[in-house]
Ligand binder design. Structure first.
Ligand SMILES: [Zn+2]
Length: 449
C-alpha cells in the first residue's frame, strides 16, 4: 500500500498496552491517545469519557481510529541487530557455528549487489540504497556500512583502513543529506567485529565516532572459537571488550551484539562505559553460540534490547526474538537459578523500551507517553465463537471472526484477561496479528482485508 503522506491530527481510541518498567505492563482500557501532525503524542487520556470523544469527532481535520474488541495498540517492536543483506540466507545454517558459518554462507552473500542490504554490506552504493529504501518506506532505521579490512576473503574486504574510513564517511554524509534531522534514518558506524578489523581501522572509527556523535554497532563475545581468535590476534589486550575500548569504540553510544560469554571484568568495563547490549537469542541457539545471561546484565544495570540477527537468526520477527529470549532464559535458569527466567512483561520491555534505550531513542519511542512519537502496532486476535452463538446469529459470528482481520494464530475464547491475551500473543502471534503499523504517526502498513 502507499504510505500515508499527510499526517492529520489523529485520536486513537481503545486499549493501549505498554511497559512502564521492566517488570510491569500497563493496560489502559477505554483510553485515547491524541497524535499531532508531526507524529508526536499530545495527550494520553485514561479513561476517556464518551462526551470527550463526541467533542473530538466534531473537530475539523481530526481523524478517529478505533481498536475493536480483541484488539489493542502496542508500541512498535525494535530490532537492534539485523544484517539486511543476509535475509536471503534466513534458515540456512545447518550445523555450522559462527566462524565456519561466516565463510560458508555470509561473506559470499554480501557481494555488492542491487539488493539493498541495518548492517548493510561493505559497498557504499548498496548501503545508501538500503538507507533510501528505509526512508521511502517510512521506516525508522540506523544503517551502517560494514567495515572490514582484514580476515575476510579478498572479494569481500576493504582495501585498507583509510579506504574503509573514507567509505564510511561517504555513507554518513549520504544519510545526513537524505534525512538532515535524522528523524527516521541515521548512519551508524559499523566495524564488523574485531577479527576482521585492523587496529588502525578500529582507532580511526573510534575517532570518527567521537567527532561525529554517531552511534556504533559491532559484535562481541558471541562464540568461544571467536573469543580464542580475538585473544590470539590481540595478545596485548586482556579480553575482547578491551580491544574495542583501546580503540575508543566503547561508549554510551555503542551497541554490542550477543555478549554471550562476557567475563566479570568485561561486564564491569561495558557497564563503566555505558555501552548497550543487543541480545540475539534465536541466532545464539541456531549457531550453537551459547545462552546469554540476560538477568545478570540487567541486574548490573546494563541496558539490553533484542536483535533478530538475521541470518544468524532465522526470523526477522522481533516477537520471535522476544519469545525465544524467554526460552533461552529458562535454559539459563537450569544452572543459574529461577531468578534468571524472563517473564512475558520483561521480554516485551526488551522488545520496546529496552531497544529504544539501546539506540538512544528512549525519549522518542517505546511507549505511549506525551512527547513520544506514535510508533505503534494495532494487534488483533481471533475470537472463537461458542456453539450457542452460531445457532443464534450467523451475522454476529461472522462479525466477530472478522474482528481480528480474519483468522490469526491467536485464538481467544472469551475468558482471557488482558494479561493472558498478551501472553498468548507473545507465544503464538505472528504477522497475521498485526493489523496496522504506524511510524512517527504515519501508517506504513495495513493488513489486507
Ligand atoms: Zn550479527
Amino acid at each position: 500500500m502507499a504510505i500515508q503522506s499527510v499526517v492529520l491530527k489523529t485520536i486513537y481510541v481503545g486499549t493501549f498496552i505498554h511497559s512502564v518498567s521492566l517488570a510491569e505492563l500497563q493496560v489502559l482500557k477505554r483510553s485515547a491517545v491524541a497524535v499531532d501532525e508531526s507524529g508526536k503524542i499530545l495527550l494520553v487520556e485514561h479513561p476517556v469519557e464518551a462526551s470527550m470523544l463526541e467533542m473530538w469527532a466534531k473537530e475539523a481535520g481530526t481523524t478517529i481510529v478505533e481498536a475493536g474488541p480483541g484488539q489493542f495498540f502496542f508500541p512498535g517492536l525494535i530490532d537492534t541487530h539485523i544484517h539486511a543483506s543476509q535475509y536471503p540466507n534466513s534458515g540456512i545454517f545447518g550445523k555450522s557455528t559462527l566462524l565456519d558459518w561466516l565463510n560458508t554462507y555470509t561473506f559470499p552473500s554480501k557481494l555488492p549487489s542491487r539488493n539493498p542490504a541495518y548492517y548493510a554490506t561493505r559497498d557504499v552504493t548498496s548501503t545508501n540504497i538500503l538507507a533510501t529504501t528505509c526512508h521511502t518506506a517510512g521506516q525508522r532505521a540506523f544503517v551502517g556500512r560494514c567495515c572490514m579490512d582484514c580476515m575476510a576473503p579478498d572479494y569481500y574486504r576493504d582495501t585498507d583502513a583509510a579506504t574503509s574510513l573514507a567509505d564510511t564517511i561517504k555513507c554518513a554524509e549520504f544519510c545526513a543529506k537524505l534525512d538532515p534531522k535524522g528523524e527516521l534514518v541515521q548512519s551508524i558506524i559499523t566495524p564488523r567485529f574485531a577479527p576482521s578489523c585492523s587496529r588502525e581501522l578500529m582507532r580511526d572509527l573510534g575517532d570518527f565516532m567521537a567527532q561525529s556523535g554517531l552511534l556504533c554497532q559491532t559484535h562481541i563475545s558471541e562464540n568461544k572459537g571467536e573469543i580464542e581468535l580475538v585473544a590470539s590476534l590481540f595478545p596485548e589486550c586482556k579480553n575482547y571488550a578491551t580491544v574495542y575500548d583501546r580503540a575508543g569504540l566503547l561508549s554510551e553510544k555503542t551497541v554490542l551484539a550477543h555478549a554471550v560469554h562476557l567475563t566479570d571484568d568485561e561486564i564491569a568495563l561495558v557497564k563503566m562505559r555505558g555501552s548497550k547490549i543487543s541480545h540475539c537469542p534465536v541466532s545464539n541457539a541456531a549457531l550453537t553460540s551459547g545462552a546469554a545471561k540476560v538477568r545478570r546484565l540487567l541486574d548490573e544495570g546494563i541496558v539490553v534490547g533484542l536483535g533478530t540477527d538475521v541470518s544468524g537468526g532465522y526470523s526477522p520477527s522481533v516477537l520471535e526474538a522476544a519469545r525465544q529470549a524467554t526460552m533461552t532464559s529458562r535454559f539459563v535458569s537450569l544452572t543459574e537459578g529461577e531468578e534468571a527466567k524472563l517473564s512475558v512483561e520483561e521480554a516485551l520491555y526488551l522488545a520496546t523500551r529496552g531497544g529504544a534505550e539501546v539506540l538512544g531513542l528512549q525519549k522518542t519511542v517505546g511507549a505511549f507517553e506525551v512527547g513520544m512519537e506514535w510508533d505503534a502496532l494495532l494487534v488483533g486476535c481471533t475470537f472463537v465463537p461458542d456453539e450457542e452463538e452460531c445457532d443464534e446469529d450467523e451475522d454476529l459470528l461472522q462479525a466477530k471472526q472478522a474482528v481480528g482481520g480474519g483468522m490469526t494464530p491467536v485464538d481467544l475464547f472469551g475468558w482471557e484477561n488482558w494479561e493472558e491475551m498478551v501472553a498468548k500473543w507473545l507465544y503464538s502471534g505472528d504477522d497475521r496479528n498485526v493489523l496496522k503499523v504506524w511510524v512517527k504517526g504515519r501508517k506504513v502498513h495495513e493488513k489486507p482485508a
